[in-house]
Design a protein around this ligand. Structure first.
Ligand code: SF4
Ligand code: SF4
Length: 183
């Protein structure tokens, strides 16, 4: 019969020899393999104190972006929701009122913006579809939780901190984006 992989191994069904029945050589062989690993570089790290560097193309948790004055970029056009293959994005648009020019950059904004992180496949198509640089995928991943409803991320979870009122938190949220724009 033709093997599907080259990892197929014929099973040896011959009776065990005296030394094999002692099991001790196999035990020592196993202990020797364990012993050799003492001198090898440890593959584990002390997470979360230490973290591994991410790939430059890593796509993590979404961030809803603001402009330099802290106004929300999103104009609730819905293009990200249309582009999303997982149908993970929902939103409700609202009209900007007089006096709200410092809150929203465009005349229309997302009063409600939600992403279901359990549906999201982190493909980044929402970021590519957005004409307003209003959403991007950061190098943070979604924290674990026990309840499904906790994975529906709303604006309070997604909006980047205010660049004027919380500059440190804003820079931290920018992550690699800040490094790219500074270089
Ligand atoms: S990353 Fe992909 S799956 Fe996730 S919300 Fe954006 S478009 Fe949808
Ligand atoms: S995030 Fe971008 S694409 Fe999505 S609704 Fe807002 S402006 Fe439109």
């Amino acid at each position: 019969m033709q093997a599907l992989t080259n990892r197929a191994k014929a099973v040896d069904r011959s009776p065990m020899s005296f030394t094999e029945r002692l099991y001790l050589p196999a035990v020592f062989k196993g202990m020797f393999i364990t012993f050799t690993h003492i001198f090898k570089k440890r593959p584990t790290i002390n997470y979360p104190e230490k973290t591994r560097p991410f790939s430059p193309v890593f796509r993590g948790l979404h961030i809803l972006n603001r402009d330099a004055e802290g106004r929300e970029n999103c104009t609730a056009c819905g293009l990200c929701a249309v582009a999303c293959p997982a149908e993970a994005i929902t939103m409700e648009a609202a009209e900007r009122l007089p006096g709200e020019e410092n809150l929203y950059r465009e005349e229309k904004y997302a009063a409600k913006y939600e992403i279901n992180m359990l549906r999201c496949i982190f493909c980044g198509l929402c970021e590519e579809a957005c004409p307003k640089d209003a959403i991007y995928l950061s190098e943070t991943f979604a924290p674990s939780d026990y309840q499904r409803k906790q994975f529906i991320y709303g604006k309070k979870d997604l909006l980047i901190p205010h660049p004027v009122n919380e500059p440190d938190a804003y820079q931290q949220a920018l992550g690699n984006r800040a490094k790219k724009s500074n270089s």
